[in-house]
Design a protein around this ligand. Structure first.
Ligand SMILES: NC(=O)c1ccc[n+]([C@@H]2O[C@H](COP(=O)([O-])OP(=O)(O)OC[C@H]3O[C@@H](n4cnc5c(N)ncnc54)[C@H](O)[C@@H]3O)[C@@H](O)[C@H]2O)c1
Length: 364
């Protein structure tokens, strides 16, 4: 059976979705939509999509089986809830939402409608990330005891000024944590367990002329496994040095997944398991300080394809996708707890909070 898919939001990342969907046998991209109707029409022409329409309702009226959501963060909820109401399966870009209550409503709406709901965290499909998860599961890394996230990115002023929704609390929901580092926070919690306490700091050092959200953040997270972890994230670096997630296990093993240049498939730069050790030398290339966003997105396309293919298979097989809406709440819970900690000057206790999601919105 052909799966008829629509794309909502025709901006920068939507190209990854179109290219990925068009590579998957048995999938037909029937339409795309954008509140900017010219953009929808141009995108449809660029990718040979039969219809480019102005709004979600017009797209849903074309009766797709599934949609993918590529709108700004706070718009994810209304689109996912509208899809659920129409009985349409939905794969949403990260972050799931910018508030946990909204994430709860999205999970509740899709579960009540019985539609498949996935969230794009394509870095989970990197072989290096999968290898770390396997080493935790098979005991060769052991229970994680320490984690480290490092996000050292360069963004020029134009990155913020060309998209008016970026860098504002109401339209972006956050800065480097919500938009960039949430990918690495997702990997961190996937490796280290359920977060139980969070202490964080946020600052705006370099981009204050253009944004009101943070461009830099530091945090400490404790997990139910006993692991503790640090998160360091910035878009204020003059050189784009990419992202790294490192985990130390109870066996003494150390493994990292490194993304450099940004968007390039993660590698096990450090793989120091007993009897199986290798070290990479990642920064010896001649990468320029500034990385073009189009190039970064293009490098990510193969892993969008893997996750979108998994979503299509999940719809066909009636199983959960690789990252469900419930799974996607954990990284949002950590990011929003860092914001709360920074605002209140306290440590945020997540003990006893159900991070898998509750219909009644147990988190605030
Ligand atoms: N997974 C990844 O690696 C990755 C990479 C980049 C962006 N993203 C995510 O993708 C989403 C979009 O990011 P982007 O960089 O493409 O943004 P963008 O600003 O380039 O595109 C967003 C588009 O959505 C449209 N839009 C806004 N409200 C709409 C609505 N109600 N209905 C239909 N269209 C609407 C805008 O007009 C715009 O064309 C964000 O959630 C972002 O975090 C994910």
């Amino acid at each position: 059976m052909t799966l008829r898919v629509g794309i909502v939001g025709c901006g920068k990342i939507a190209g990854n979705h179109a290219r990925s969907l068009q590579q998957i046998p048995g999938v037909e991209v029937i339409a795309c939509c954008d509140t900017d109707s010219d953009r929808a029409r141009n995108f449809a022409a660029q990718y040979g999509i039969p219809a480019g329409v102005a709004g979600v309702e017009s797209l849903l009226a074309l009766r797709p089986d599934a949609i993918t959501v590529c709108t700004p963060h706070p718009v994810h909820e209304e689109v996912v809830v509208a899809a659920a109401a129409a009985g349409v399966h939905v794969l949403c870009e990260k972050p799931i939402a910018v508030e946990l209550d909204a994430a709860d409503r999205m999970v509740a709406a899709t579960e009540a409608a019985g539609v498949t709901f996935g969230v794009v965290f394509q870095r989970r499909l990197w072989p290096a990330a999968q290898r770390i998860r396997r080493a935790i599961d098979d005991g060769s890394l052991g229970t994680p005891i320490l984690g480290e996230v490092s996000v050292l990115l360069h963004r020029p002023p134009a990155y913020y000024s060309c998209d008016p929704w970026r860098g504002r609390w109401d339209t972006d929901g956050g800065g480097v944590l919500m938009t960039q580092a949430i990918h690495q926070v997702d990997l961190l919690q996937w490796f280290c367990g359920t977060p139980v306490s969070v202490t964080g700091f946020i600052r705006t050092h370099a981009h204050g002329e253009h944004i009101e959200t943070e461009d830099s953040a530091s945090a400490v997270v404790a997990f139910d496994t006993g692991a503790t972890a640090t998160i360091t994230a910035t878009t204020a670096a003059a050189h784009n040095l990419g992202n790294r997630v490192t985990v130390v296990g109870a066996t003494g093993a150390v493994a990292s997944v490194l993304e450099y240049p940004e968007g390039q498939e993660g590698v096990n730069e450090i793989w120091a398991l007993p009897g199986d050790t290798s070290f990479g030398a990642p920064f010896l290339g001649d990468e320029s300080a500034h990385q073009d966003i189009g190039d970064i997105n293009a490098r990510l396309t193969p892993f969008h394809t893997l996750q979108i293919r998994d979503f299509v298979d999940a719809v066909r097989e009636g199983r959960d996708p690789v990252v469900t809406g419930r799974d996607a709440r954990a990284s949002l819970a950590i990011v929003t707890a860092i914001y709360e900690s920074a605002r209140t000057g306290t440590t945020v206790d997540l003990t006893g909070v159900d991070l898998t999601g509750q219909p009644e919105g147990a988190l605030s």
